[in-house]
Design a protein around this ligand. Structure first.
Ligand SMILES: *[C@@H]1O[C@H](CO)[C@@H](O)[C@H](O)[C@H]1NC(C)=O
Ligand SMILES: *[C@@H]1O[C@H](CO)[C@@H](O)[C@H](O)[C@H]1NC(C)=O
Length: 441
């Protein structure tokens, strides 16, 4: 807008100038009001309208459209009051990634890698060491998500210098709440207490057991992390590629990143019915078949990667995920979430694993067992030469393993997840980035 005259020696002169500008000024104001109203309307619709249930590329902005969720009007999300430690960790979560000086830009087609950890520094040191030798790791953004605050774990992550690193701490981890929910609250029932007799608080699971913060923390962390990386973090909430998830006890082979990229590229053509890719067979004890073919089988939990479309599908099942009386996130997925998709959920992998679960040394050292083990701080890791270079071929056929072993629809759960406070917290995590202010204690 033109600035008003600076010299107003004559008020008459000044007034006439104002009058001559009144019409365009008025138009500008009306226009501005219209624009602001429209902006407010759109942002309100994004957060609260029931029409926010449609996903997909309908909206003008793809990534914003993909964050829309269907809200249940009968559920009010609420997050626990944060402790000083929890608050200070939340502040750290807002810090930008480290090592951006050395790795200023991430190339097209890069993966985000999310490493979720609790408190096994001995394992984590080995995992970080294995990651440092992964070909292409400098192209990735590594997000490390901590369940609880453990200085030794923190220090190991701070020492990572081979790629961009974003560190986050689950601020509602039971490990951060020594005397209130989600930790233990005085007056909580324990074990098989009878709530009425003991006048204690809590809902027992299907086997009569009351909640244990130590046991529920894993499923809470996994769900908080999923919601946070897909819908919360500024660095990843608009990311439109695949996110690869690994854990503190997964040893990563040097070819893992390039193999994962290759599988992501091959998936649409080779296995359109696959939801994800995996770095290892779903039976964690297996090394792979060694066939000259790709393998599609049930989703495994070592090194799995999928995109935002699949996350949105999982997110719509938040209620099932949070209400199922099972404390393991992976069994919850196999027994309730995946079966509810209607068709078998396959994941594409290579015929040789590119990641392995740590085992204990000395147990089952025979054929097909884990060759990655930890004993008294010492590690035995055998990585063969063929696992140091990309070893997936684009012209291979796909072998589909149709018979899915293990947990499936109908399994009623191992329990440990009966308390309604855990179910509500879990559901609140699914809502926290989609409603205005869920944090009222
Ligand atoms: C969509 O929105 C995000 C953030 O709001 C922005 O960074 C991005 O450039 C937008 N994309 C398009 C295609 O408009
Ligand atoms: C994400 O992956 C699914 C499953 O492989 C696929 O059907 C879908 O088209 C992919 N979405 C995007 C946006 O690439």
């Amino acid at each position: 807008m033109p600035t008003a005259g600076t010299s107003s020696s004559s008020s008459h002169h000044h007034r006439s100038r104002l009058r001559s500008r009144a019409a365009p000024l008025l138009l500008a104001v009306i226009f501005a009001v219209l624009v602001i109203t429209e902006l407010l309307r759109t942002s309100a619709r994004r957060d609260f309208s029931p029409s926010a249930g449609r996903f997909g590329p309908a909206g003008a902005n793809h990534s914003v459209a993909q964050r829309k969720i269907l809200l249940d009007p009968s559920f009010t999300p609420r997050l626990p009051r944060q402790s000083p430690l929890s608050l200070s960790l939340s502040q750290r979560n807002a810090l930008p990634p480290r090592n951006t000086g050395r790795f200023p830009s991430l190339p097209d087609g890069h993966l985000v890698i999310v490493l979720y950890v609790h408190n096994r520094p001995r394992y984590l040191r080995l995992v970080v060491d294995s990651l440092s030798r992964v070909e292409g790791i400098g192209e990735a953004l590594l997000v490390v998500s901590h369940d609880g605050y453990f200085p030794e774990m923190d220090k190991i992550v701070q020492g990572i210098d081979f790629c961009q690193v974003k560190q986050v701490f689950a601020p509602y981890s039971p490990h951060l709440f020594p005397d209130s929910f989600p930790g233990v609250t005085s007056g909580d029932c324990q074990n098989k207490d009878n709530a009425a007799e003991k006048k204690c608080q809590g809902d027992p699971d299907q086997y009569g057991n009351h909640r244990s913060p130590r046991i529920v923390s894993l499923k809470h962390h996994w769900w908080w992390m999923m919601n946070t990386v897909w819908d919360g973090l500024e660095e990843t909430r608009d990311f439109d590629g695949h996110i690869l998830f690994i854990e503190e006890d997964h040893y990563i082979f040097p070819n893992a990143y390039r193999n994962a990229q290759m599988l992501v590229d091959l998936k649409p053509k080779k296995c359109p019915q696959c939801y994800a890719i995996n770095l290892a067979p779903s039976d964690v004890k297996l090394k792979g078949e060694g066939w000259p073919s790709l393998v599609a089988e049930k989703m495994g939990n070592i090194g799995y990667a999928f995109n935002r479309t699949v996350w949105r599908k999982i997110h719509t099942k938040a209620k099932q995920f949070c209400a199922f009386d099972e404390y393991n996130w992976d069994i919850t997925m196999w027994a309730t979430v995946y079966p509810s998709f209607g068709a078998p959920v396959y994941s594409l992998r290579g015929p040789r694993r590119s990641a392995a679960h740590f085992g204990k040394c000395g147990l089952h050292q025979g054929q097909g067992s884990s060759n990655v083990c930890v004993d008294n701080g010492a590690a035995a890791v055998e990585v063969e030469d063929i696992d140091k270079v990309p070893n997936i071929k684009a012209n291979w056929p796909v072998h589909i393993i149709r018979k899915q072993e293990g947990y499936q629809a109908g399994f009623k759960g191992w329990g440990g997840w009966g308390d309604r406070r855990d179910r509500d917290l879990c559901l609140s995590f699914a809502y926290m980035y989609h409603v205005k202010d869920p944090s009222s204690a």
